[in-house]
Ligand binder design. Sequence first.
Ligand SMILES: [Zn+2]
Length: 425
Amino acid sequence: MKIFMKMQKIAWLTILFIGLYSCKKEEEKAPIIVKQEIKVAPKYEFGFNLDEFDVVVDTIRSGDSFGKILFENHIGFGKIEEIVQATKDTFNVKRLNVGKRYTVLRSKDSIQKAQYFIYQSNKIEYVVFDFASDSISKAYTAKKPIKLVEKTASGAITSSLSESLDTAGLNIYISHELSDIYAWSIDFFRLQKGDTYKIIYTERYIDDSIYAGIKEIKSAVFVHNKIPFYAFDYKSDVVEGITDYYDETGKTLRSQFLKAPVKFSRISSRYNLKRRIKYYGNRIRPHKGTDFAAPIGTPILATASGTVTESTRRGGNGKYVKIRHNGTYSTQYLHMRKQNVKKGQTVKQGDVIGWIGMTGNTGGPHVCYRFWKNGRQVDPLREKLPAAKPIKEALKAEYLTYIQPLKAQLDSIKFEPIEINKNNN
Ligand SMILES: [Zn+2]
């Protein structure tokens, strides 16, 4: 009995020893297994049936290289060199970035030799290196299948647009899109309490389930001062690939100038020829600009395309930029922290020409926006500015038919309670 116990003990120890030994041996042979993070993978990914392979999923770490990873997955240096040469026109393997996901599909046999290396440059795009066969290796780029899901949202303005969208759980992209769409038609600095918006937008999902952001706003209606401003995204020039937003009659929402040179700021002082300032003994100090207050460093945008005629620093103006748009109009932007353009440079509407600062004569961070018409300063908020081109006459009937169901859908969106999709954040 005692002997039997002893034998059993020896047997156990032997098994334990063999076990430890074999583990160690395997680790030396294939160190990759240590960092292997196999998750419950879907059967198909990147167009492969994963069940047919030994799958290694990992992220690029600092010190990793294409060669190192392949070598760890049992590809010899000669073959690695051949793969790099054969695929260099599709993807430069030196461009692997730390933190990006990769997948190695290895043979299911005991050799576990890599056959495909898949590098995901982002959530959607990936590149496949195919060296499964003994013949020449190749590489190709591909995209994961994207499902578009249409959503609707609505809300009312309580204080500012961004705050309202925030309350509605809508992400920053929506507010930027809306302010872009309506930059030429609604003054977002003078929104009223009770202004409302409804939007139809599409979201992207990868492999049916992974949220990948908002694709676009298809249509919107913004009710400002009880006036509805409709916007419909429409491909108005198939040849040039131009899409733009038009209203319910086919008019473009763009006019020649942006309503403001800063997104999401507030007007701290309007154009006022009879302004009196206490500091100067209540004397009249006309203010021939419109001040937009915003934090230091906020980008200042060209309100229309044109040529930079001045980019300098002078007295009370501080650092400023002046742009000539045509024979009639020029605009000027004062108190910048720094300019982003040089004299003589051409700028497009919406380009960042500098950043909000406090240079020159100013009590706080803002841009003083000055609007020149025929050499005289005027109040842009009172100017009747020319509108841009409407939709082509030949396309108008088609457009009006296209927007009919969208408009009906917009009109049927209920305001209360606000429909919220918290997943958007
Ligand atoms: Zn000013």
